[in-house]
Design a protein around this ligand. Sequence first.
Ligand SMILES: O=C(O)CCC(=O)C(=O)O
Ligand SMILES: [Fe+2]
Length: 213
Amino acid sequence: MHISSQQIADPYYEQEAFPIAKLDPEKLDYYYALVLKELRQDMTLQSDQRTERKTLEYGYSYFEMENGVFEYVDPPEFLIKLGKEVCKALRKPPESFSNFIISLYEPGYHLEPHADIDYQSSGRHGFYFSENVYGVILEPDATGHLYFVHYEGEDPIPPLDLKPVYSLKGEQGTVFSLQGQYRHAPYFHGVTNVTKRRISVTFRRVLTGTPNQ
Ligand SMILES: O=C(O)CCC(=O)C(=O)O
Ligand SMILES: [Fe+2]
């Protein structure tokens, strides 16, 4: 697989640990146009010292679930199909996603290093996301990259100035699966400062109850 777009600084890096692929160009054009249309609506601004991004969320909303609200908002049909294309491009079985986030990063926006809620942290939240978290980069940015840090310190969340163990210089249509060691603490992922604009979509399956892992 073509991985030249990836800067690998982690000697333990393996392609299997963080699979990437590309969406077919025709499909990319089709879904990109639909996502741009979707972005015409009012978006939610997530803004604090650690994060700045605008989001549109469908299915069960992460932000709502954090407040104990489990209300399902139907995603547009094309997002369900895009999720299937992302899995297909990565040669993964299709999943029934129930959380979809369109993220729009404007100049200076960034996403703090975090680990998506997993079975280990489900107790604190009452829900968690399944093992594979998928993403597609619909508009890459020159400086806004998905990156990973390794942090085993005392704080529940890592500081913002850690050196990435690697970063993904994604291209338009790059798809990835967050899984294995990079899916869980002590690895955390984020997005570095954006220069112009970056658009990505995250696909996750929401689970509740006792994890059987
Ligand atoms: O924008 C991205 O590529 C990553 C988004 C992300 O990590 C998340 O929504 O949890
Ligand atoms: Fe994430």
